[in-house]
Design a protein around this ligand. Sequence first.
Ligand SMILES: *Cc1c(COP(=O)(O)O)cnc(C)c1O
Length: 425
Amino acid sequence: MHHFDRIDGALHAEGVPLEAIADAVGTPVYVYSTATLTRHYGLLREAVDAHRTSLGDALIAFAVKANSNLSVLATLARLGCGADTVSEGEIRRALAAGVPASRIIFSGVGKTDAELAFAIEAGVRQINVESAVELDRLIAVAAAKGAAPEIAIRVNPKIGAGGHAKITTGGATDKFGVPAEEAPALYARAAASPHVTPVGLACHIGSQITTLEPLEAAFRALREMTLALRADGLTVSRLDLGGGLGVPYHGQADLPSIADYVAMTARVLDGLEVEAAFEPGRLLAANAGVLLSRVIQVNARSDGRTFLVLDAGMNDLMRPALYDAFHDVVPVRERDGEAGAYDLVGPICESTDVFARDRRLAALEAGDLVAFMGAGAYGAVLSSEYNSRALVPEVLVDGERWAVVRGRPSYEEMWAREPKADWLG
Ligand SMILES: *Cc1c(COP(=O)(O)O)cnc(C)c1O
């Protein structure tokens, strides 16, 4: 569910007409809904709290990589949401947005020594260790500081899942996590070190997962491992269940609900007396954002193909080019009449700069506005200035009010980041 609805034929974000934002800020531009972010977090929080006996005082840590805009993070932070981070930059962003360090998890396959040291200094809640070699480095970094940070071992349960091979992380050949058969020994090794404090296990098997079965299988594997570790006298008090639950990009009605997902986790963790953590990214943010774009021209070719050339390109929304992702695209102003099928393309000089082929839309003309729905996660964060196009701006709406929360840089600002080599005069 989201808060982008038509009022008198014009698509709005909550109480604000998208046309007004496009006119004021220009296009392309991302627009986020506070109400949708709030609703999604609230549904998850409510479901998790209803299962307190199985899930403990569970942490919900938004995966910052899905949408790292400071105002988006601050919106979630004010609701009590934590942050799952994968770099020093993301930890800094979360802190700057008001997420307390005690609600920040530091994940990632390639944390540098400097990043590990920074996370220890910042006092993050937990560092998720993804390999034996990383554990050794963390122990050395922590020893030098006289610290003993709380860690979880991220297990790769060899259950890959997700909406596309390129967003699967839990498969046997994926780079993420410690192979399940090695994890117990690594956990014991961590417990034997005075420089780290193992508190639990973590997993994250993929993204845009649309059935509960693979998630349940992975959580069962964590449960079994928890029991085995405890039988060896080790303490396991937290289970980090990762993110990965899918959202209805195609308007699917048969996706697992948040309530079903959480009920499943409660069933699997029941009786373990662990504190659970959830790391949703897409689930909270995807439907809370749209990308607004204007039609530059309609190129009806004599071979029968009609290209709708948009002013948004793959540099603004990379998901279709990167992993064949589907976004519903709708005219911002309601139009009558069916056109033929359009190929929706951007202006970038790459053949992968195609958002959709043979998409049936109402007849559109140059200057018309369209909205890419479900663009709030893995949208703006993946944008670039390829083709020297200014970085796409972001707007946050809250009821009747709205604010530019990342501005479009001027060309002067872009060039200013590139000081000329002094010998070039
Ligand atoms: C990306 C990621 C997430 C969030 O994934 P979604 O599919 O957006 O929910 C959670 N945890 C980790 C470790 C991640 O890398």
